[in-house]
Write a protein that binds this ligand. Structure first.
Ligand code: G16
Ligand code: MG
Length: 222
């Protein structure tokens, strides 16, 4: 029986991926590394420090900065990113999200958040949806970022459901991998997510009906 739906934040609830990209691009530029939107796909769902390491590797500068310098670069990126979050309002929710959250609640199914962002609670506040989730996994307590299943397993534990009783929704390849590794059913939003149990083009296609149809088809197959 479906008991919970766990959402990724960035790219599913709201589009902060572009804001992450702009902040990283500015910091990377200062150290002579060029990144584009295609490369940014690799940073989705990846923690702040892991993202920095990927950028340094991309620019062939993995060894150019010591630990304190890397911390300073990450904190510069975060300051730029946090400043850009001031533009978020309730209108920044992706299409279909308020409706599907309400439908899931109305069906007495629990809702969770699995974001590796340390800014998640501030983002939920800016969007005005802090009350929409029964449990938000605390990213500061997570040791491994996606594709490790830890954040999704933590969300299921906090919701008091088994992973086999839950659906996870993600827009990043690493995130879908994490959901599958957790033993949950995965819904992928956007292109390039062939490993998701259900692939949707956008959050517009998300609905309680589509989730329950998907759940029924998966559980018959299993
Ligand atoms: C998000 C983004 C990642 C970002 C990470 C950490 O993950 O997708 O690009 O690097 O959070 O964010 P912060 O620097 O704010 O801690 P998710 O899990 O919400 O997709
Ligand atoms: Mg995401």
């Amino acid at each position: 029986m479906l008991k919970a739906v766990v959402f990724d934040l960035d790219g599913v609830i709201t589009d902060t991926a572009h804001l992450h990209f702009l902040a990283w691009r500015a910091v990377a530029q200062e150290i002579g590394i060029a990144i584009d939107e295609t490369f940014n796909e690799e940073l989705k769902g990846i923690s702040r420090m892991d993202s920095l390491m990927r950028i340094l590797r991309h620019g062939g500068k993995e060894k150019a900065f010591d630990h304190p310098q890397r911390l300073a670069l990450a904190s510069k990126k975060n300051a730029l990113y946090v400043r850009s979050l001031a533009s978020l309002t309730h209108e920044s929710l992706l299409p279909g999200i308020p409706e599907v959250l309400a439908e899931i609640r109305a069906a007495n199914v629990r809702t969770g958040l699995a974001s590796v962002s340390l800014n998640a609670s501030g983002i939920l506040r800016a969007l005005g949806i802090q009350q929409a989730f029964d449990f938000c996994a605390d990213a500061s307590r997570i040791a491994c970022s996606k594709p490790d299943p830890e954040i999704f397993l933590t969300a299921c534990a906090g919701l008091n459901v088994r992973p086999q009783e839950a659906i996870g929704i993600e827009d990043a390849a690493a995130g879908v991998e994490a959901i599958n590794a957790a033993g949950m059913q995965s819904v992928g939003i956007g292109p390039g997510l062939d490993h998701a149990g259900l692939q949707l083009r956008s959050t517009r296609e998300l609905s309680w009906k589509c989730l329950t149809d998907f759940w029924a088809s998966r559980t018959v197959l299993i």
